[in-house]
Design a protein around this ligand. Structure first.
Ligand code: HH2
Length: 272
C-alpha cells in the first residue's frame, strides 16, 4: 500500500459528516440515516476524497457519548457510504467503535485523543491496516477551552505529535499511514491557533498534516460571524492558507466552496 501522502493529493478534502444532535456547526442536521447518507454522498460528489463520519461531538463543553449510542449513529451511515465506494473515515476515540467502523468499510480512524483515550485503539488500527490521524488536544472537550496555557505552543504541539506518532508506530501502525493534526481549537486561544497555523511549514516536516479549521470559533472571532454556518468565506480563506503552508488533508464542512477555491489556487501556482 502506497503512503497516505501519495494516495491523497496535497490539499485533498475530508468532508465533515456529523451524525450527532449537538455538533457545533451542523448538530442535528444529519441525525437521521437518510439525511446523513444523502449529505455524505453530496460531499463526495462535490470533491471530498474522504468523508469523516462522527457520532460524538468534540465541541467545547460536549459530554461523552456511550459506545453503543455512537455505534448506532455512525455504523449504518458508514456501511452505506462504503458500499458506494466512498472512502470513509471514522471520527472516534473508542476502539470498539473504530473496530466496527473498519469492519463496515472505513479506511481511516480519526482519533482526536491521539491514542490516549482508549488503550485498545492502536491495536485495532494496526490490525486492520487502516490509516490513522493523531490530533493534539490540551485537556478534554468538557474543559479544554478553560484558559489553556502553553510555554511555547508550537514546540509543545510539535513534540506531542512526534511522540504520539512513535507510540503508534511502536504499536504496529506504519509511519506512512499516519497523518498528524495540531488540533485547531482544541485547548487553544486565538493566539495559539494563529501561531500554529503560521508554523505549518515547520510542523509539516513531521509528516503529512491534516488541518481542521472549518467554521471554527476563532474564525467567528476574526470575521465577526457569530453563526458557524456563516463562516464559509472565513473557512475557505483559512483552508487556502493551510494548503499554502503545506497541509496535506483539509477537513472541511463546505466541500464545494473549498474545492472551487483550491482549483483557482492550484492554477495560479501552476500545479493544475
Ligand atoms: N475538529 C472537530 C472534530 N474532529 N478531527 C480532526 N482530526 N481535526 C479537527 O480539527 C477536528 C476533528 C470539530 O469539528 P466538528 O466535527 O464540526 O464539530 P463537533 O466536534 O462538534 O462534532
Amino acid at each position: 500500500m502506497a503512503p497516505l501522502s501519495q494516495r491523497y493529493a496535497r490539499g485533498a478534502l475530508v468532508g465533515v459528516l456529523n451524525v450527532t444532535p449537538d455538533s457545533f456547526s451542523d448538530g442535528g442536521e444529519f441525525a437521521d440515516l437518510e439525511g446523513a447518507v444523502e449529505h455524505g454522498r453530496r460531499l463526495a460528489s462535490e470533491g471530498a476524497a474522504i468523508v469523516d463520519v462522527g457520532g460524538e461531538s468534540t465541541r467545547p463543553g460536549a459530554a461523552p457519548v456511550p459506545a453503543e449510542l455512537e455505534l448506532a449513529r455512525v455504523l449504518p451511515v458508514i456501511e452505506v457510504l462504503a458500499a458506494d465506494g466512498i472512502a470513509v473515515s471514522v471520527d472516534t476515540s473508542k476502539a470498539e467503535v473504530a473496530q466496527a467502523a473498519l469492519a463496515a468499510g472505513a479506511v481511516l480512524v480519526n482519533d482526536v485523543t491521539a491514542l490516549r483515550g482508549d488503550p485498545g485503539m492502536a491495536a485495532v488500527v494496526a490490525g486492520a491496516g487502516a490509516d490513522l490521524c493523531l490530533m493534539h488536544m490540551l485537556g478534554e472537550p468538557r474543559t479544554m477551552q478553560d484558559d489553556p496555557q502553553y510555554g511555547d505552543v508550537v514546540a509543545e504541539v510539535e513534540s506531542f505529535l512526534a511522540e504520539r506518532a512513535e507510540v503508534a508506530v511502536a504499536a504496529g501502525v506504519p509511519r506512512e499511514r499516519i497523518a498528524l493534526d495540531p488540533g485547531i481549537g482544541f485547548g487553544k486561544t486565538l493566539a495559539h491557533n494563529l501561531a500554529l497555523l503560521r508554523a505549518l511549514p515547520r510542523l509539516s516536516r513531521l509528516g503529512p498534516l491534516l488541518l481542521g479549521v472549518s467554521r471554527k470559533r476563532f474564525l467567528g472571532t476574526l470575521s465577526g460571524q457569530e453563526i458557524a454556518a456563516d463562516r464559509v468565506a472565513a473557512s475557505v480563506a483559512a483552508a487556502l492558507y493551510c494548503y499554502r503552508g503545506g497541509a496535506h488533508l483539509l477537513r472541511v464542512h463546505d466541500v464545494r466552496a473549498t474545492a472551487d477555491a483550491l482549483a483557482v489556487e492550484r492554477a495560479l501556482e501552476g500545479a493544475a
